[in-house]
Design a protein around this ligand. Structure first.
Ligand SMILES: *Cc1c(COP(=O)(O)O)cnc(C)c1O
Length: 827
């Protein structure tokens, strides 16, 4: 027992970096047990709350009676006191106090920035003359929420100037002193920069704050006698770094708490240096912000304390109370250690990524960074990069996301709301961005490559609870999915031990003992050792196939026939094969995707979220007028095919969204709901059936795209031939594409050139190709995930993840489709 414990602790210790002690580690494992199979690497998007943090918050809420802080009375006064106390906690965390800074609670960093934009006075004397207004200067590498300030402040006369990354470094690293009568000027100017870039993790020197106050930007805007103020966007920085306001004194600081400890969301702060607070003039007032107000006349007096003037209405007081439990965690670990921990992890990841090479020696990643990840004062726990194939082509980030989700890796892709940094790192010109916009690129969209050039990047970011296992999962995934040869791979010294220990637990992801020992002993001779981490069988010869072109055939000379017909009565569940013939309905094949499963949140449940859905097998029994569902280890269950007699009562109707579209259906009842929940192990599921009433007849069933999906068996064979993984079960590929019509005969990919076709006596128009995602990596026979065939599809078709064509029925003789029907392609 004792032996196990020791080893267990040791194993944990090695799972984190040496920054953490054993006590922390045992805690983390308990606190984040939900991460056991997940790799969460989007901490710059939002970090995670811990189990005990949430338990403590709920416990507190259950125990206490909190009244509105404006209500007075004992309960109201108590709420008020706790909120005031929390302001102290926030200030203490940043090494300052109420004497020097004020805390204004806002809904987040963005709303803090907006507050500054709305209230900063650029012309102290309010002459309303643009000549007397100061400047708004911002770094181009800033969050969109900072850029949005421009339009507000320019309306109030501010002159807007942006500084490029390189110019800022030039100006601040060799400041030309320009005598600046800072204190006696009436022109107020504001400089906004980010303490840590949320794109690359670069930490901008905080000594710039002092430089700005001393007037080093006056040269840049070419004007003397300006009073300079600094707005520090600390939203990304404070998540994993120690912001010390006793050393650096920005006038304004904005942040969001969910980035620091995950919960609560919707709460942030604007910190204001008291001596600079007179430069903010707020117009609006609401409940809580005034001392006295007349309703019949335009008269009011604002409260005196800064935060009282700025927090309109009732603040989010229950969330403010919850902050305590987040700060407790951070202070227990200490921000300095957190900062070192995330940096060490990122350093390993960065160095390992750089070591990845394809078989032909070309690099696998293009990293976008301003540092070499050797100095934790300049670099935080974020990395942005793109993946390259061995022929130098970029992998689109959508393809990357699809593969990452197979490994339960959560990352963010795109430009991360930092267009300036994105543009600089990806070398995109303004013209290119505008052209990309015309070609379909929008922030947060899925157009990842335009003319082969990436429109964004992949970002990995770590938080205080991130582990080496996370680093390993990410590296392993990239190796498995995107590297086509043996690897060059350098390890930190304490990594070897870690591997041997962790290997027992996660053995499939590591190479065998002999290889590890091999590395260890030879390390002294050569630090970069070759390790064949991936099985070569998967990757041999892939780079040859890649050069192959999309096959093209001119004439339809061979006989093509409809070989199989499938329907999927419940969206995202098993298939039902039609034996002979079937009815073409208004919305597709009769009963196809007529049902769907809703989660307790009212969203559509698919195999992406719960892989077990593919094991729910439907059988249509028309004689008995029922749909029978079966699931391994469960008694089967019947659902009637009868529609409810009358218009369904309101209470039974359900609304949901499928791919952004509103859909409506009626609830099939409690019995099936319980059966489904038990089968797939998720509480409160509901089965709903497409609503056949209503004035507008829907054109589609619950399928998200089109009426019918056609798959050509010849194309499937062509693709499966290119898969080199010997363990991969090729016979499972066809069912993974989940087609309605399976055709045979003719040439591979012939179908992609078709416009209209006849199947038997039915005419169809081809409405497009089907875009594929990680769904095709689920073996429909047993619910297991593999990287194939998506990996090969992405590689062969240069990231265009398309397979199969969509059809819509435009004419029919008798509304019947039969197995064995001949396919005639219309020219
Ligand atoms: C996240 C972030 C913001 C915006 O924060 P919200 O919580 O979305 O308001 C602004 N700046 C930086 C650097 C960030 O990382």
């Amino acid at each position: 027992m004792f032996g196990f414990k020791m080893e267990h602790t040791m194993e944990l210790k090695l799972n984190y970096t040496p920054e953490y002690n054993e006590e922390d580690l045992l805690n983390f494992e308990k606190e984040f047990s939900r991460l056991e199979e997940e790799c969460y690497a989007d901490h710059a998007g939002a970090t995670l709350y811990s189990d005990s943090q949430m338990r403590n918050i709920i416990g507190n809420m259950q125990r206490m009676t909190y009244a509105n802080p404006h209500s007075g009375g004992v309960a109201g006064a108590n709420t008020h006191d706790i909120i005031e106390q929390m302001r102290n906690t926030v200030l203490e965390h940043f090494h300052t106090s109420v004497e020097e800074y004020s805390v204004i609670f806002t809904s987040g960093a963005t709303s803090s920035l907006k507050t500054i934009a709305e209230t900063f006075v650029f012309d102290r004397n309010k002459t309303n003359d643009a000549k007397n207004a100061g400047h708004f200067v911002y770094m181009q590498d800033n969050h969109t929420s900072v850029l949005g300030m421009r339009d507000l402040v320019s309306e109030r006369g501010a002159k807007i100037t942006s500084i490029s990354h390189n110019d800022a470094i030039k100006i601040f690293e060799n400041p030309l002193t320009f005598f600046n009568d800072n204190l006696h000027s009436d022109k107020n100017s504001l400089f906004a920069f980010s303490a840590q870039c949320n794109f690359s993790g670069l930490k901008y020197p905080l000594k710039w704050i002092d430089n700005v106050h001393k007037g080093s930007l006056s040269v840049f805007v070419n004007e003397k006698n300006i009073r300079w103020y600094v707005l520090l966007d600390a939203a990304s920085f404070v998540a994993t770094n120690d912001l010390n306001l006793s050393l650096f004194k920005p006038d304004f600081v904005c942040l969001s708490f969910y980035k620091m400890f995950g919960y609560p969301t919707g709460l942030g702060a604007l910190l204001v240096k008291n001596s600079s607070s007179d430069v903010l003039k707020k117009q609006y007032y609401g409940g809580g912000t005034v001392k006295v107000v007349l309703s019949s006349e335009m008269f009011h007096k604002k409260r005196t304390a800064l935060h009282e003037r700025f927090e309109d209405g009732t603040i989010n007081y229950l969330s403010v109370i919850s902050l305590q439990y987040g700060f407790d965690i951070l202070s227990k670990i200490s921000m300095k250690r957190i900062s070192k921990h995330v940096f060490s992890l990122m350093r390993i990841l960065h160095h390992s990524l750089l070591q990845l090479h394809h078989h032909n020696g070309t690099p696998v990643v293009k990293i976008y960074s301003d540092t070499d990840y050797e100095n934790g004062n300049l670099q935080g726990g974020i990395i942005a990069f793109n993946i390259l194939r061995s022929n130098g082509e970029y992998v689109g980030y959508v393809e990357f996301l699809n593969m990452a989700s197979l490994f339960k890796i959560h990352v963010r892709t795109g430009c991360f709301c930092n267009p300036g940094a994105c543009q600089r790192h990806l070398s995109l010109s303004n013209e290119e961005i505008l052209k990309n916009y015309e070609a379909g690129y929008v922030c947060g969209g899925s157009t990842d490559l335009i003319n082969g050039k990436p429109t964004g990047a992949i970002r990995i970011s770590f938080g205080y609870m991130s582990t080496i296992k996370d680093v390993d999962t990410i590296l392993n995934m990239i190796k498995k999915c995107f590297v086509d040869g043996p690897l060059l791979y350098k390890l930190p010294s304490w990594w070897d031990n870690y591997k041997i220990l962790v290997q027992r637990k996660y053995c499939q992801s590591f190479e065998n003992d002999i290889q590890i020992n091999d590395v260890k002993h030879k390390n002294t001779v050569n630090t970069s050792k070759r390790i064949d981490i991936i099985s070569t069988s998967i990757f041999s010869e892939n780079h040859i196939n890649k050069l192959e072109k999309w096959p093209k055939y001119s004439k339809n000379t061979e006989q093509i026939t409809l070989k199989k017909i499938f329907i999927y009565p419940i969206k995202s569940c098993g298939a039902y094969e039609i034996e002979d013939s079937w009815i073409l309905g208004m919305k597709g094949l009769k009963y196809d995707r007529e049902w769907m499963i809703l989660t307790s949140a009212g969203t559509s449940l698919t195999q992406k979220q719960n892989i077990k859905l593919c094991l729910i097998k439907p059988v249509l029994n028309l004689k008995r007028n029922c749909l029978t569902l079966s699931f391994p280890g469960m008694p089967s269950i019947d659902i009637t095919l009868e529609y409810p007699k009358m218009k369904s009562s309101e209470g039974l109707m359900c609304q949901s969204r499928v791919c952004g579209h509103k859909v409506e259906g009626f609830d099939c009842g409690l019995e099936i709901s319980e059966w489904l929940s038990l089968a797939v192990g998720q509480p409160n599921l509901k089965l709903i059936r497409q609503n056949n009433f209503g004035s507008k007849k829907p054109e589609l069933s619950f399928s998200s795209q089109a009426q019918y999906l056609l798959i050509n068996k010849e194309s499937v064979s062509w693709l499966t031939d290119k898969i080199h993984d010997k363990d991969f079960k090729k016979e499972t590929v066809l069912s993974r594409f989940r087609g309605n019509f399976i055709i045979e005969g003719g040439h591979p990919f012939q179908e992609t050139n078709w416009q209209t076709i006849m199947i038997g006596r039915n005419k169809f128009r081809i409405s497009g190709e089907c875009t594929r995602c990680q769904m095709i990596c689920i073996d429909q026979t047993n619910g297991e995930k593999t990287v194939e065939p998506l990996r090969t599809l992405g590689e062969l078709f240069h990231g265009k993840l398309r397979f199969g064509i969509y059809l819509s029925n435009i004419m029919t003789a008798d509304g019947i489709i039969k197995n064995g029907d001949t396919i005639v392609v219309e020219e």
